[in-house]
Design a protein around this ligand. Sequence first.
Ligand code: PXL
Length: 271
Amino acid sequence: MTHHAFVIAGSEATGGAGIQADLKTFQQLGVYGTGAITCIVSFDPGNDWAHRFVPIEPQVIADQIEAATAAHDLDVVKIGMLGTPATIDVVAEALGQGSFSHVVLDPVLICKGQEPGAALDTDNALREQIVPHATVVTPNVFESTTLAGMDAIETVEDLAEAARRIHALGPDYVLAKGGVELPGDDAVDVLYDGTDIHVFSAPKVGKERVSGAGCTLAAAITAELAKGATDVRDAVQTAKDLVTAGIKERLSAHTPFDVLWQGAGVPARTS
Ligand code: PXL
């Protein structure tokens, strides 16, 4: 039986992040990937790899969602970078129709190259219109700090507090990711389901951030749910294992960060 998953996200042409990383992750986990593009991010090698950001016309995003959902029975969707309030309106409308049983949200907040004012509108629209639809939301430290309205996140207890506050916005599960950002030898993530806190921990692989880790983690959770995982903790553990293996086998590139290799670690088909 072939399982399908859908992703609504931005394109990042170097292949490290965005829908390119998402579709590779789906494939690696044995899931047939379908996807709609919300925006195009082109790094600028002549300007310190700054992000050049171009939103896709809202109607074109709606058309892509229409095409993908008409072609396949899509039950599980990952939401990546949205980028503008107009895009968020279109995606919120699609989620509001209730045809997805699971929505995995990587709440990508800021992209260099966007106007700070526009980014604030986008943050608020994401918090109000998209976060409440999520089965799982996967903020990093910066996104957790912003969504939870905290001054700083410096400890695992702070991460847990952020997860509780973000849970109050309406998602079923919050996976607040510490990654390499918190002090200590381990990359620690905290999952809150409204009752219990569950801590995931793996030894850090180096101290530097790797491009694609956040996209890949959320895409892998999506793939596991698409295959029928009934326990979100199991899906998160599989995703974290894939990310840890992919960071160990990272590729170097001419960009400022190495990139995660989705082909590492996990057998290509586990269903
Ligand atoms: O990693 C966040 C991210 C997500 N989606 C797109 C991106 C980036 C970061 O560059 O470009 C399209």
